[in-house]
Design a protein around this ligand. Structure first.
Ligand code: DON
Length: 303
């Protein structure tokens, strides 16, 4: 496959593409990023890496971190995690409270905010120093110990965390949050404020294309648990747009309100895109376009 010429074609097509979406503003610090940034990086398991645009520039990974949180929690407690969080698509906005009330404080899946907060609660119970240990896990999965958080984004979200706090209190009222809600929220916001580039994200997500093993040969998850993470990305990675992402792109993936998306072609590659303007469902508009073009031009998806 001539990935160089395919990415060149996508780059040309993108330059003619106008976006209508807007950069996320409910975490004020995210607004400081230029809407015109665009990066794309493809990390193949057997045939090299390719990238263009702002693919080496770091940005706030936001909800993409939920995949790392889930992976970390599964590596610690395996399938027992799913006694406290379900694996069904929600068809609802990422920060919705409504289903939680009907479903007795059990989040529909680990990628909506309630589910990721639940995972943060699990990690808070298991880890001695949750924030430091989370960052160490990111260093392990990326093979890069320079990765840090963006402190301004962290502080910005801390002062705008009312909705996530409401989700935590609701789950705690059902007995499904075991720790102090402030500590759990702190870890969740910390993981969301990690900054990574498309290049670093694609390399990290190569683990999910490679049956749970990093490109440096380190085993992070079993093949069975890797299957589960990919399945949850496929059905729940884009909230109430998971069907649309499957329909257009046809790969498991995860988005974040920082404008990043990562997708995985098991056995072949991981690919990451970054473009801050979001569509009304909170997913990167041009990012989805670029990934749709990638799987169409390569005539290859998981379907
Ligand atoms: O909790 C929040 O609202 C943000 N820290 C993350 C949300 C997010 O990235 C949703 N994904 N597209």
């Amino acid at each position: 496959m001539d990935y160089n010429s395919i990415l060149r074609k996508i780059k040309v097509e993108l330059s003619a593409q106008k976006y209508q979406g807007e950069v996320a503003s409910y975490i004020p610090e995210l607004l400081s990023v230029s809407p015109d940034k665009f990066g794309m990086h493809l990390c193949c398991l057997h045939s090299g890496t390719y990238g263009f645009g702002d693919h080496e520039e770091q940005f706030s990974i936001q909800s993409i971190s939920k995949v790392f949180g889930l992976t970390f929690a599964m590596s610690l407690m395996g399938d027992r995690l799913f006694q406290r969080v379900d694996v069904e698509p929600s068809g609802d906005a990422f920060n919705s409270l409504t289903l939680l009330e009907y479903e007795n404080g059990i989040p529909r899946n680990p990628f909506i905010n309630s589910g990721a907060l639940l995972v943060s609660d699990v990690l808070t119970s298991y880890l001695e120093n949750p924030k430091e240990d989370f960052l160490k896990f990111i260093h392990e999965i990326t093979g890069d110990d320079t990765i840090q958080i963006n402190k301004a984004v962290f502080e910005s979200e801390k002062t705008h965390g009312d909705r996530n706090m409401a989700l935590l209190h609701l789950m705690k009222s059902f007995g499904n949050i075991k720790n102090d809600v402030d500590r759990v929220l702190e870890l969740y916001i910390y993981q969301c404020s990690i900054t990574m580039s498309c290049q670093q994200l694609a390399k990290a997500f190569a683990v999910f294309a490679n049956k749970g093993v990093t490109l440096d040969g380190k085993k992070i998850l079993s093949p069975v648990h890797t299957k589960r993470v990919n399945a949850i990305m496929q059905t729940c990675g884009f909230y109430d747009e998971a069907g649309e992402f499957s329909f257009r792109v046809g790969l498991p993936g995860k988005s974040g309100v920082g404008g990043g998306i990562v997708a995985v072609h098991p056995g072949q590659y991981a690919v990451s895109v970054w473009s801050p303007p979001l569509n009304p469902k909170g997913n990167s508009e041009l990012g989805m376009y670029a990934l749709e073009r990638l799987t169409s031009l390569t005539e290859s998806s998981i379907f």
